[in-house]
Design a protein around this ligand. Structure first.
Ligand code: IPE
Ligand code: IPE
Ligand code: MG
Length: 221
């Protein structure tokens, strides 16, 4: 999920951008709670991109603070709910306190099996691809790269109307279904996620081939 529109949500209410990010954290909580029941077993949330460093330092600091707070507060609940937390992206530029919170959450929730929650932080898909390629000893296969990066995306949701990837999971989205909603991230609800998954289930995925029904029709013809 590309969680977009916190700033616009705040602006519409005459609030500072940070208020939008704070409201966005509540949405994260709702979505994480709803995901397993909706049939989602891996959820990747785009929380901070490499390019987001170009925002004013105050906003960046506030975002990191909110993330640290989220991890500190939600890890116990995640543990109870069988949610395994995993953070992807660069760690070397994050504040120490946030790094400690990440490590703690990852360690404590390691055994979670109901939902794998991946949070993309200081993340760039191009950087991740380059890192995986550069770490490979010999010729890299598709399988090697997929293993190094993570699972393929089935459904990509982006809130707030923009229809672009903004350097998120480029390789992993090769056959992803895309769903764009105008709703700003702070307004996104558990029901919206349920509806998104229902729409996804109705899509006809072909992966370059034919659908099973089409094949069956050919056989009876
Ligand atoms: C998404 O909301 C959160 C992050 C990128 C961290 P934005 O902050 O991008 O909100 P808009 O796009 O300005 O409305
Ligand atoms: C993408 O949103 C990054 C996150 C949601 C964390 P942006 O708001 O940064 O993307 P652009 O700049 O509109 O492409
Ligand atoms: Mg944005």
């Amino acid at each position: 999920m590309i969680m977009d529109g916190n700033g616009r949500w705040a602006a519409e209410r005459g609030l500072p951008r940070v208020a939008g990010h704070r409201a966005g954290v509540e949405t994260v909580r709702r979505v994480v709670e709803t995901a397993p029941g909706a049939g989602v077993d891996v959820l990747t949330l785009y929380a901070f991109s490499e390019d987001n460093w170009s925002r004013p330092p105050r906003e960046v600091t506030a975002l990191f603070g909110l993330l640290e707070h989220y991890l500190a507060r939600e890890t116990s609940r995640c543990l109870e709910q069988g949610v395994q937390i995993e953070v992807i992206g660069r760690r070397d530029r994050l504040p120490d306190a946030l790094c400690r919170a990440i490590k703690q959450s990852e360690t404590r929730t390691r055994q979670g099996t109901r939902l794998r929650l991946r949070i993309a932080l200081d993340y760039s898909s191009r950087t991740a691809l380059l890192a995986a390629a550069n770490a490979a000893p010999g010729t890299l296969t598709r399988e090697d790269l997929s293993r190094a990066l993570g699972p393929d995306v089935d459904l990509l949701i982006r809130t707030s109307g923009e229809q672009r990837l903004s350097d998120f999971l480029l390789w992993e989205c090769a056959y992803a279904e895309f769903l764009f909603t105008k709703r700003h991230w702070p307004d996104f609800t558990g029901e919206d996620l349920m509806n998104a998954v229902a729409e996804f289930r109705g899509r006809k995925r072909r992966f370059g081939g034919l659908e099973a029904a089409e094949v069956a029709q050919l056989q009876t013809a």
